[in-house]
Design a protein around this ligand. Structure first.
Ligand SMILES: C[S@@+](CC[C@H](N)C(=O)[O-])C[C@H]1O[C@@H](n2cnc3c(N)ncnc32)[C@H](O)[C@@H]1O
Length: 421
């Protein structure tokens, strides 16, 4: 792959400098990129600010459209995958979430390794490597009988109509029995993934009455309040129809070559549920590129936000909560991420890359990107700069039915490291 041509095609405004004396990665060929050099950890680190992706790149595949807290847009990993790896290379995400990096890597013909301490990540990610046809899903659902005598062990009447709940319980029981008997197949896993995604949300495309967006389950107490304020009671929702509709939507623009690529990536892929700091399943010196976004201090409550999704999949709440990194201070966070960088160094190929995405926290008073540089350096990596993808947006926020035009800037900060030969 000729990196210069690749980059030129992507970023008409940039020139790529492979190994310039400052260790810089891009240099601006026009004035659109803001460049700033800052001293971090005793070294000059260059920050490049521009809209590197999103509007300049083609649309993302519909197969990505599964919601997850703090997920990134597929254009982010695509930018680095196309730039820094070749077909057949291994792409890794140690904090995989809904699997944005690995799905995009699979679509692009790369091999994948996906890890997340939360088993929900694999439930949401893996089935999309073997997408069934809509006919397969319809046939399977038509054979699934609903049992209206089933009762939930917890009160979920504030979310679901009684009939909807008995359908959800029947699907849950069916999936559980298939798994326990060893008969679960790709179609069952697909149904589990879609149903998990459709449990609760803010439109009629979900099983629940109007509630928080699907990646943020409200507590039963808050849901009762929402129902009171909105004067709503859960109406019946046809779960099979909703699963089919979402399946159609996920598959709507997946091309045959993409399907072949993603299937192959799923067959050879490694999917693990470990702490990112300890992944002995991954061979040393094997990963060409890691594109990842870690948990940021304790601002996202992955455990709390996913309680209903975990209930549906019969996952142990306490066990997962204990394993998820929830650092309260930058120091605690740096200690946890320092161990992750040591493990990343072990698994990265000589000359391979790590693109580590962090946000701004505490009302932009903490720039985690600057805290990340010394962590990578002390693990043995060389920092090649910080890319700040800055994108202006205006969007309609619809919260509790109130329409509201919001404008602002989305930024992704990616610290780029290379393992020297
Ligand atoms: C910012 S999210 C990643 C989102 C992902 N980039 C996506 O697009 O969906 C961070 C993820 O890290 C996981 N996580 C938290 N602590 C972890 C740990 N110690 N090891 C591995 N994964 C962890 C969380 O479960 C969560 O899925």
């Amino acid at each position: 792959m000729d990196l210069r041509n690749e980059v030129a095609a992507y970023l008409q405004d940039f020139t790529y400098i492979e190994d310039d004396i400052n260790g810089s990665f891009f240099s601006a060929a026009d004035n659109t990129t803001k460049i700033e050099t800052i001293l971090i950890d005793g070294r000059n680190i260059t920050k490049y600010v521009n809209e590197f992706w999103t509007s300049r790149q083609r649309q993302a595949s519909s197969i990505h459209e599964i919601s997850y807290r703090a997920c990134f847009k597929p254009q982010l990993p695509r930018f680095f995958i196309e730039l820094l790896s070749d077909v057949g290379d291994i792409i890794y995400d140690p904090f995989s979430g809904r699997g944005t990096t690995v799905i995009e890597a699979g679509l692009l013909g790369r091999k994948v390794v996906s890890n997340d301490v939360n088993p929900l990540s694999e439930i949401l990610t893996r089935p999309r490597f073997t997408p069934p046809t809509i006919e397969d899903v319809a046939k399977r659902l038509s054979r699934l009988d609903f049992d209206n005598t089933l009762e939930s062990e917890i009160d979920l009447s504030m979310f679901f109509h009684e009939r909807t709940l008995s359908e959800i319980l029947s699907i849950r029981k069916y999936l559980c029995e298939r798994k326990e008997s060893g008969n679960e197949d790709g179609i069952d896993r697909w149904i589990a993934m879609v149903a998990t995604n459709r449990l609760t949300g803010h439109s009629t495309g979900f099983f629940s009455v109007y509630t928080l967006p699907p990646n943020q389950a409200a507590s039963p107490k808050s849901q009762k309040k929402i129902n009171e304020v909105r004067r709503q009671i859960p109406e019946y929702r046809d779960t099979k129809e909703i699963i089919l509709r979402k399946t159609n939507s996920l598959l709507r623009n997946l091309t045959s070559p993409q399907k072949a690529n993603i299937n192959a990536a799923g067959m050879s892929g490694l999917f693990i549920n470990q702490s990112a700091a300890y992944t002995p399943e991954i061979a040393a010196d094997s990963v060409q590129l890691t594109v990842t976004s870690p948990p940021f201090l304790n601002i996202v409550q992955y455990s709390k936000d996913n309680w209903l999704r975990r209930w549906f999949n019969s996952l142990d709440d306490d066990e997962i909560s204990k394993r998820i990194t929830m650092a309260k201070t930058v120091e605690e966070w740096s200690t946890a991420m320092g161990s992750v960088f040591h493990e990343l160094y072990r698994v990265t190929k000589p000359d391979g890359w790590v693109a580590f995405e962090v946000g701004e926290v505490k009302n932009r008073t903490v720039s985690l990107d600057e805290h990340v540089v010394p962590l990578g350096n002390s693990a043995g990596f060389e920092c090649n700069g910080i890319l700040v993808n800055s994108q202006e947006f205006t969007k309609t926020a619809n919260i509790w039915g109130i329409q509201n035009m919001k404008s602002g800037t989305n930024t992704n900060r990616i610290v780029l490291f290379r393992k020297k030969k």
